[in-house]
Design a protein. Structure first.
Length: 285
């Protein structure tokens, strides 16, 4: 088996697993399911490690430590990134995606914290304004996941809209995250625009040998659900706090799913501009 030049450590492991031969039947279905989970877990590695750090430091970080907890999280995130590159668990191309999302997320954080949408209740030295630098890595984790999963599963699409229209929608969503503080919130129109553009689009992915498919809008929703769950973990760990959580933690409302759904579209479009769109003309049955 020939490995691609410069392949990451995970790419080599994945190639060995994909080369395993199993006769069609229940054993093959079980193997495909487990391989799907393994690939998903690897794509979530950066985000999973960040969530683990949030929880561990919430319960175990010493209150009298000379280094603020938020600063420790920032340094730990940088260490994870450096370690993944050093041990070839991640490519430099993926690291560039993470950096781009970090910048985009930090800009949004600066505005949203100033507008009072949420706060970071703990002290830190490594921050810009009221935003500790580790926060950008939470957005970067989303970008990292999408960029990895796109490549790992070999995404192809049917009935994908013109790229310029998706970029226009993503830009409108991003602007609305800021503008709705002064102007009417047009997210309902943005949802309608997403349905209009992506309603006929299907995503084709290959967990093992057989291509599978699902509506692209459903894929957005499933990922948005997991981000919403991760957000509940983050607020429980006191990484950030919404106004209705100041008197004590409570679950993030389901209404936030809409915000994460729109953020998913922004993230997806940004990664599509990097990876490009492979169109599949075959009919989905």
């Amino acid at each position: 088996m020939i490995q691609p030049v410069g392949a990451t450590r995970f790419a080599r492991i994945r190639a060995r697993l994909e080369a395993i031969r199993i006769a069609p039947g229940p054993r093959a279905w079980a193997f495909e399911f487990l391989l799907f989970g393994f690939k998903q877990g690897w794509a979530c590695l950066f985000g999973g490690l960040m969530l683990a750090l949030l929880l561990m430091t919430h319960f175990l970080y010493p209150a009298d430590a000379p280094l603020h907890r938020y600063d420790f999280l920032t340094l730990a995130a940088l260490a994870i990134q450096a370690g993944m590159l050093a041990f070839r668990l991640e490519s430099w191309a993926e690291a560039k995606v993470i950096f781009a999302f970090h910048l985009i997320g930090t800009v949004m954080e600066l505005f949203k914290t100033q507008a009072g949408s949420w706060i970071y209740p703990e002290a830190s030295l490594l921050h810009i304004g009221a935003v500790p630098l580790f926060s950008g890595f939470m957005y970067a984790a989303v970008g990292s996941y999408i960029a990895r999963i796109w490549r790992i599963f070999g995404f192809r699409f049917t009935h994908y809209p013109p790229v310029w229209t998706t970029a226009l929608l993503a830009a409108a969503i991003y602007v609305n995250f800021f503008a709705h503080h002064w102007l009417p919130d047009v997210r309902l129109f943005l949802f309608a625009g997403a349905i209009l553009l992506f309603g006929r689009s299907w995503i084709i992915f290959t967990p093992w040998r057989t291509p599978r498919a699902m509506p692209l809008l459903l894929g957005f929703f499933l990922v948005a659900q997991f981000i919403w769950l991760a957000e509940n973990i983050g607020t429980f760990a006191n990484a950030w706090t919404y106004p209705d959580q100041r008197a004590g933690w409570r679950m993030v409302g389901f209404a936030k799913l809409g915000s994460w759904y729109l953020l998913m579209i922004i993230s997806f479009v940004l990664v599509s501009l990097i990876h490009g769109i492979r169109r599949d003309r075959d009919q989905i049955r």
